[in-house]
Design a protein around this ligand. Structure first.
Ligand code: NAG
Length: 329
């Protein structure tokens, strides 16, 4: 099986590392250096300039290649989109990405990788802003207030730093009117009231389209075709249809789409057993645990797979891997 192959490789690689270096001294020296660096860094307040905001294209590519599993299409689009945008010194509009797919497939994670590649402080940067629909905009009767607050908030933040990153989570649960209030910021304007939004990044996350992406992935699986053979073209049509027709709203009933304000629609494929194994192995590595294939296998087997007869895709992707690892330790 493919997963055991990965596991074998990881085990060999890590044992190679252990014998190549003296593990204790290396860790101490590297750890101390990094801590000292962070301490000096933290002493200064984060500012909106290249000292704190410098895009690392190699870093993003490395992260996408080594930490994001099972998303060959998303990975490629994201890299191309962010590279193109960040290397343009005079973009005509902000970068607007819309990420689609089921929970646990990596949408939040990719947003985090983008933040880390642009800001020294990553998600902790004061120029990175996350909005979660159910948390920040829960009540339908307060829409008018949310709209003006969001508008002012975005404007104020971009005025403060033109290289701002906004992440809107759970777009499918957001009232369509709310996002309409910032639509003008996503357009091709030189500036609005003296504020230019053209160097900011807006990322929308949504489950909308997840069903259709899964359907296509399942068709490929049933036909015995490799997952990597799925192309953006195979998904584009169903994705745009389901996104347009999503009755539950979100920004898809707004005019964001017909005005072409979204630069890239990025599909996330449902994850399979082998990807859950990879996630578990990566999580162990991140926690400095010795990679353990048996444990990764246990975690992956513990997931619920769908659709019913075939049981190919993990219903929560990699989302519960962290909790399950705590449980099995
Ligand atoms: C960019 O990322 C690469 C790969 O992760 C890393 O080795 C390098 O140090 C980073 N460069 C900067 C300037 O942070």
């Amino acid at each position: 099986m493919k997963a055991s192959h990965i596991c074998l490789w990881v085990t060999l690689a890590s044992s190679g590392l252990v014998s190549a270096f003296d593990p204790i001294t290396t860790t101490v020296v590297v750890g101390f250096g990094a801590a000292l660096g962070r301490a000096i860094f933290k002493y200064f307040k984060e500012t909106c300039d290249p000292k704190w905001i410098a895009y690392n294209a190699t870093g993003l590519k490395t992260d996408l290649d080594s930490k994001l599993f099972g998303q060959h299409i998303a990975s490629r689009i994201i890299l191309k989109a962010v590279n193109g945008f960040m290397s343009n010194t005079n973009p005509k509009k902000p970068l607007v990405l819309s990420l689609h797919g089921w929970t646990g497939t990596g949408k939040n994670f990719v947003s985090q990788l983008i933040a880390e590649s642009v800001y020294a402080e990553g998600m902790h940067s004061r120029f990175v802003h996350v909005f979660t629909s159910t948390l920040h905009f829960p009540h339908a009767e307060h829409i008018a207030t949310y709209k003006s607050q969001l508008q002012q908030w975005v404007r104020g933040n971009v005025n403060n730093c033109e290289r701002s990153l906004f992440i809107f989570d759970e777009m499918d649960k957001m009232h369509p009117g709310v996002i309409d209030s910032i639509k003008q910021y996503l357009e091709y304007y030189d500036n609005l009231d003296g504020v230019s939004y053209r160097k900011s990044i807006f990322i929308f996350l949504s489950n909308a389209g997840g069903d259709d992406i899964t359907k296509t992935a399942l068709e490929f699986w049933k036909a015995g075709k490799g997952r990597e053979e799925i192309t953006l073209k195979d998904l584009e049509k169903t994705l745009s249809l389901s996104v347009f027709n999503d009755q539950n709203g979100g920004f898809f009933q707004t005019s964001l789409i017909d005005k072409n304000l979204v630069d890239f629609f990025v599909p996330f494929l449902p994850l399979e057993y082998e990807h859950v194994v990879q996630c578990a192995m990566a999580e162990m590595e991140a926690r400095n645990l010795r990679p353990n294939c048996n444990m990764a296998d246990k975690v992956a087997r513990d997931m619920i797979y769908f659709p019913k007869p075939e049981r190919v895709f993990s219903s929560t992707g990699c989302k519960t891997v962290q909790h399950k690892l705590n449980f099995y330790r």
